[in-house]
Design a protein around this ligand. Structure first.
Ligand code: ADP
Ligand code: ASP
Ligand code: MG
Length: 408
C-alpha cells in the first residue's frame, strides 16, 4: 500500500453500545484527527441492534423477503453513524455521516450476503480534502439498481478493509471489545492469551471456524490485497494484534488457537441407496440453494443403504432440511434429521502443516474429559471435532490447557 495519510478505523457494535461509549469513541477519533490523520470511520449498529431487528422479523413472518431484510437491518448502521457524527460535532470538530450508498459502495444483488463490486471514493476524498472526518455506515452497500444490500453478519469489518483498499489507506484498525486476537475466545477461556501477530491463513481459518472477532470475508479480502489489519480494544490503549502475511516466530508454535462454532447443525440423511451419483445429486441440489455444507461423513454400507451426515449453518437449517427431504424422497432414501445440539470445536495453527501427533493430542484431551467426538475433519492447518454443545466450554478449556496456549 502506498503511504497516504488516510487511516480507516472500524468500531464494532459493543464499542458504540450506548451514548457514553459513543462519546468515548468520538474522543478517540478526534485524537487521531488532531494528530493530522485523515480519518475514515466505519461503524456497526449499536450493541445488539441487528439481532433485535432480526428478532422482529421472526415475529412478523417465517419467510421474509431478503430484500426487505436488508432494507430493515441496514437501518441499524444509519443510526450509529449519525449519532457518532453528532458526538464529534459536540467536541467541536467537523464530521459527516454517510450510508453505504452515499459513499458509493456498489455491490452485487445477493441480498443479505452481497459482494462488493467497487467503491467510488470521490465522496469520501472530498470530505477528507475539507478536513472533515468521514463516518461510513458499515455492513451495507447498494446494487446497480439502487437496491440496498448488506454484506453478511459481521460485515462492517469487510466495509473497513474494502475502504482501506480503495482509499489506499496507511492502516486499517478494527476496534472491538477485546484487546486483539486471543488463543481462544476470552469470554469462554479466561486464561486465553492475546497474540501480538497472526498471519492471514491462521486468521482466515480461525474466523471461518467460529472466532467471530473478524468476519471471514474481510480476512479473505485483506489477504488477497495484502492489507495489514490491526485488531485493538476501543476501551484501552494497548497495542492489539497485527494480522499480516507471515510471522516468523510462529513457526515454533504448532497450535495457536482453539475456536468454537455453535452456529452449525448436524444433518443426517438416513438409509440412502449406496450407489454412484447419490452424493453428487444431494450436494448439487443443496449447493443450488446457496447452502454451504461442511464436514461430510458417509458410513460404510452393509445392506446397500448408507447414512450420510454433514454440517451446515444453523441459519440455513429449514432450507437444508427441505432440500434434503425432497432429494431423499426422490432417490428412495429415508428420514432426514437435524441435531441442533452440537458445537464444532477446532484447533488452528500454521505449524500443524509439519507436525504429527496433534490430532491424537486433541482426541486424547477430549477423551480424558469424557467428551464424545461425533464427527472429525481436518485441513492443513486445523482439526475440527463435532461434539455435544453442553461440553463446549469444558472442551475449549481442555484443549487450551493441552496445547499450553496460556504459556508464551
Ligand atoms: P464487534 O461488535 O466489535 O464487531 P464482535 O462481537 O463481532 O465485536 O467480536 C468480538 C468478540 O469476538 C469478542 O468479544 C470475543 O468474545 C469474540 N471472540 C471469539 N474468538 C475470539 C478470539 N480468538 N480472539 C478474540 N475475540 C474472540
Ligand atoms: N451490525 C452488523 C451485524 O451485527 C454488522 C457488524 O456488526 O459488523 O452483523
Ligand atoms: Mg463483529
Amino acid at each position: 500500500m502506498s503511504k497516504s495519510n488516510i487511516i480507516v478505523q472500524k468500531y464494532g457494535g459493543s464499542s458504540v453500545a450506548n451514548p457514553k461509549r459513543i462519546a468515548a469513541v468520538a474522543k478517540r477519533i478526534v485524537g487521531y484527527h488532531k494528530k493530522g490523520h485523515d480519518v475514515v470511520v466505519v461503524v456497526s449498529a449499536l450493541g445488539d441492534t441487528t439481532d433485535e431487528l432480526l428478532k422482529l422479523v421472526r415475529k412478523i413472518t417465517r419467510t421474509p423477503s431478503e430484500r426487505e431484510i436488508d432494507m430493515l437491518i441496514s437501518t441499524g448502521e444509519q443510526i450509529s453513524v449519525a449519532l457518532l457524527a453528532m458526538a464529534i460535532h459536540r467536541l467541536g470538530y467537523e464530521a459527516k455521516s454517510f450510508t453505504g450508498a452515499q459513499v458509493g459502495i456498489i455491490t452485487d444483488s445477493t441480498h443479505t450476503k452481497a459482494r462488493i463490486i467497487k467503491i467510488n471514493t470521490s465522496t469520501i476524498k472530498r470530505q477528507l480534502a475539507q478536513k472533515n472526518i468521514a463516518i461510513v455506515a458499515g455492513f451495507q452497500g447498494v446494487d446497480v439498481s439502487k437496491e440496498i444490500t448488506t454484506l453478511g453478519r459481521g460485515g462492517s469489518d469487510l466495509t473497513a478493509v474494502a475502504l482501506a483498499k480503495a482509499l489506499k489507506a496507511r492502516s486499517c484498525e478494527i476496534y472491538t471489545d477485546v484487546e486483539g486476537i486471543y488463543t481462544a475466545d476470552p469470554r469462554i477461556e479466561p486464561k486465553a492469551r492475546k497474540l501480538d501477530n497472526v498471519c492471514y491463513d491462521e486468521m482466515l481459518e480461525m474466523a471461518s471456524l467460529g472466532a467471530q472477532v473478524l468476519q471471514t470475508r474481510c480476512v479473505e479480502l485483506a489477504k488477497r490485497f495484502n492489507i495489514p489489519i490491526v485488531v485493538k480494544s476501543s476501551f484501552t490503549n494497548k497495542g492489539g494484534t497485527m494480522i499480516s502475511p507471515e510471522v516468523k516466530a510462529m513457526e515454533k508454535v504448532v497450535v495457536r488457537a482453539v475456536t468454537l462454532n455453535k452456529n452449525e447443525v448436524k444433518i443426517t440423511m438416513r438409509d440412502l441407496p449406496d450407489r454412484p451419483g447419490v452424493a453428487a445429486k444431494i450436494f448439487q441440489e443443496i449447493a443450488d440453494q446457496g447452502i454451504n455444507v461442511d464436514m461430510i461423513v458417509q458410513n460404510i454400507s452393509r445392506t446397500g443403504y448408507t447414512d450420510l451426515s454433514f454440517t451446515a449453518a444453523k441459519d440455513n437449517l429449514s432450507k437444508t432440511l427441505r432440500v434434503g427431504r425432497a432429494v431423499s424422497a426422490e432417490i428412495g432414501g429415508g428420514d432426514v434429521i437435524a441435531d441442533k445440539d452440537v458445537a464444532r470445536l477446532s484447533i488452528v495453527g500454521v505449524g500443524m502443516k509439519s507436525h504429527s501427533g496433534i490430532a491424537a493430542g486433541m482426541f486424547e484431551a477430549l477423551a480424558d474429559n469424557k467428551i464424545n467426538i461425533e464427527m472429525i475433519s481436518t485441513s492443513e492447518i486445523s482439526i475440527s471435532c463435532v461434539i455435544k454443545k453442553k461440553y463446549a466450554v469444558r472442551a475449549v478449556r481442555a484443549l487450551h490447557k493441552k496445547f499450553k496456549l496460556d504459556k508464551v
